[in-house]
Design a protein around this ligand. Structure first.
Ligand code: C5P
Length: 297
């Protein structure tokens, strides 16, 4: 017997970052949008807790207890007095260390899969609590759709989305470490009185009406200067996608994946092809949004 869960990637359509807090995290107004690129997490009973991974970038994924999927299994098992003896297989399609919450997706996926395998009867709120313990972006991977994350990004308010949005994601060579990007944000803002992060009413309105042009005008990522400072070549990718007709271009989360909003699916296909031909990225993926959160297959 095994359980497989499909979990989406995310793009931050707004990532407003406040000053650093006492606990080292940053207060955020983080508008998440789930996009149709997925990892699949399969769990099956085994002698001990083990993790395997296949797919693009699988060799970069840790297979020890630091993997969020393994930690999810351990946390759920500990709460319910269960031995976390499962084999977890991650079939990767979300770029690894790409700023698209791939690791968080695997944590949420393993949690939902183990919960079903063990029939724990955990409530949705308990699962969301465990997600928040695993990481700031993990609750959103469970929920999907669109949501505003406040606090360190883990406190979610579901947002209405009025239509489909068509995206292209340019996958870069190598990853960027999220803590390193936040440290660079702090370095770039040294001595600056960083304002409290607030979600943009225009952006929330554009999501709600499904208006791609309006959303394009409101996209914002406060981590983008930090990601560009650590990886200046991303500027060339952003330019290539914009010249190919994207309504807007931005770094996805902490990067180095870059995201391009297209007018429609045909425009997205052209942008993806042009980006790939430009030689400024490793691969280019088309995906539409919103996507459903973690789902048992
Ligand atoms: O919560 P998570 O473990 O995913 O966060 C990874 C890292 O990203 C943190 O250790 C911290 O350096 C940074 N971070 C932050 N402020 C947030 C979320 C993450 O500084 N709100």
């Amino acid at each position: 017997m095994s359980v497989t869960v499909r979990v989406p990637a995310k793009v931050n359509v707004q990532l407003a970052v406040g000053g650093v807090r006492e606990d080292g995290y940053h207060d955020l107004a983080n508008v998440f949008l789930a996009v149709g690129l997925y990892d699949e997490v399969t769990v099956a009973p085994a002698e001990t807790l083990t993790v395997t991974c296949s797919g693009p970038g699988a060799d970069q994924v840790p297979l020890d207890r630091t993997n969020l999927a393994a930690r999810a299994a351990e946390l759920l098992a500990a709460r319910h007095g269960i031995d976390p003896a499962v084999h977890i297989h991650i079939a990767k399609d979300i770029p690894v260390a790409g700023g698209m919450a791939g690791g968080s997706a695997d944590g949420a996926g393993a949690l939902l899969a183990c919960d079903a395998l063990w029939s724990t009867g955990a409530s949705r709120d308990e699962l969301l609590d465990i997600c928040a313990e695993l990481g700031s972006d993990v609750p959103f991977s469970l929920v999907g759709g669109a949501a505003l994350g406040t606090g360190r990004g883990e406190r979610l308010t579901v947002l209405p989305v009025g239509g489909a949005f068509h995206w292209v994601f340019a996958v870069a060579d190598g990853g960027l470490s999220t803590p390193a990007v936040y440290r660079e944000f702090d370095r770039l803002n040294e001595g600056v009185d960083v304002p409290a992060p607030v979600a943009s009413p225009m952006l929330l309105d554009a999501l709600g009406t499904g208006d791609a042009a309006a959303l394009a005008g409101a996209l914002a990522n406060d981590l983008q200067p930090a990601a560009l400072s650590l990886r200046p070549s991303l500027a060339d990718t952003l330019t290539a996608g914009t010249e190919a007709g994207a309504l807007a271009a931005l770094v996805s989360g902490s990067g180095p994946t870059t995201a391009f909003l297209a007018k429609d699916s045909d425009a997205a296909a052209v942008i993806a092809e042009t980006l790939l031909a430009s030689g400024t990225c490793r691969s280019a993926r088309v995906a539409s949004a919103p996507a459903q959160g973690a789902t048992i297959l």
